[in-house]
Design a protein around this ligand. Sequence first.
Ligand SMILES: Nc1ncnc2c1ncn2[C@@H]1O[C@H](COP(=O)(O)OP(=O)(O)O)[C@@H](O)[C@H]1O
Ligand SMILES: [Mg+2]
Length: 460
Amino acid sequence: MVWTVVLGVAALVALLTRELVTVVLLTLVWLLPGLVMQVAGMVAPRQCHAFEVWWRARRIARAVRAAWPGLSRALDLGEVAYRTVKADDGARSKVEHWVPAQVWVDASPVDAVLTIRVPRGLSSADIRAKADAIGADLGAVAVHDVPAGPGLVALRCIFVDVLATARAWPAAVGVVAPVVGRGEDGSPVCHDWRTPTHMAVQGSTRSGKSVLSYALLGSLAGREDVAVVGVDPSGLLLGPWQDLGRFPGLIACGTADMGGAVDVLGHLVDVMDDRVRRLRASGADKIDVFTVDDPLLVVVVEELPGARRAVKDQGGTKLLAAFDSQLGRLVAEGAKVGVRVLVLGQRLSAASIDTDSRSNFSAAITLRVDSSEALRMLHSPDVAARFGSECGDWSPGVGVVTLPGAGTRRFRADLTSYEQYRAAVRLSSPADAMLGLPVSVHAPALRMVDDLEDAAGGAA
Ligand SMILES: Nc1ncnc2c1ncn2[C@@H]1O[C@H](COP(=O)(O)OP(=O)(O)O)[C@@H](O)[C@H]1O
Ligand SMILES: [Mg+2]
């Protein structure tokens, strides 16, 4: 701000004195930060994104800290203290002054957690009672009470209406625990594919299922210890992976040959059975380290109800029974040997996933659906009661997410495009690597061993 004013005044003076060269130079300097960010955004998008996040968070933190003294006075969050002052004639007198309650601010680009020390004479309930006023004063769209230590009250003030604001997918590839959106409180929604569970995503047409799956799967691009495989009647979602040619026989695209799709599930069951045998022989109870030869298998079944219909149309109930039983086995037995099933559909009713299988999908996402019944089926009666009246009105990308150990919350998925997804997946192709596009530049953590080392390093 100060920078802009100084430059503006200097440019004006130069203009008045007809120093045209200086005017041009000053204009360039003025544009410099923007230009630098543009170039940096092209050269190092991830670092640039991190910088932007840090910068926005810093701005929010500074604004909150600046507002606090006045706010604490207006809302009576602090205490009166006295100071002795000496007048010219040597007489001492006590002067009253205001000491705002001590506050720590931890900001992100969308919110700030204010941890307030309860001042003398007040209780934590007094401060909580003023939470809404504090939020209103700071211009927050919502305020939530969050856990804090004794003698402290922590309030999360949210400055961005997350559900109404789409954010671009950061296009981080080579990530096995991608962030795919934000909870309504601004917290990241992260799905860790290493968690031994399966995931189901449902939503009506144009509710944002495909866009969400681009983020869920695109992040896995470039990982040599992950295989994205499965059955995709549309051919759009798995097509880019099929083009890589890494796992022929484990991907079926299109509806021309649904027998082939059933074969793919059959091969996957064989791989799973082989792993179970090896697991028994090794005496371990689960496989949790994955390699190029033994990758984490992400088995996608796009448009499950449609795929089942196509199977039945082509091969009758017998072929459908084979399809169902193989998918059912992958879901029931795969989690402990590194199989993760991702099913997508407009409505995952009892006909497409039976009740026994459903309990294995402890990661579930529902985008816009026409009835609360869909929420009850995939999540729980409680979730249906909470969100049933609004689930038909969610805009594309808005929905509820249930993750293991994290309960159910409203969220908004990050926005991606098919071009972005295809480009991300292509990155992992050996052909691109030969053309001099090193995957490692875009995907620093290509193997889970690296992630484990990162985690260990971070903890040390
Ligand atoms: N997270 C999102 N934020 C904003 N707009 C979105 C989001 N997800 C989807 N959309 C919009 O909705 C359209 C339909 O999304 P899509 O994923 O194709 O739906 P579906 O696969 O459920 O039919 C997209 O073209 C996009 O314009
Ligand atoms: Mg779609």
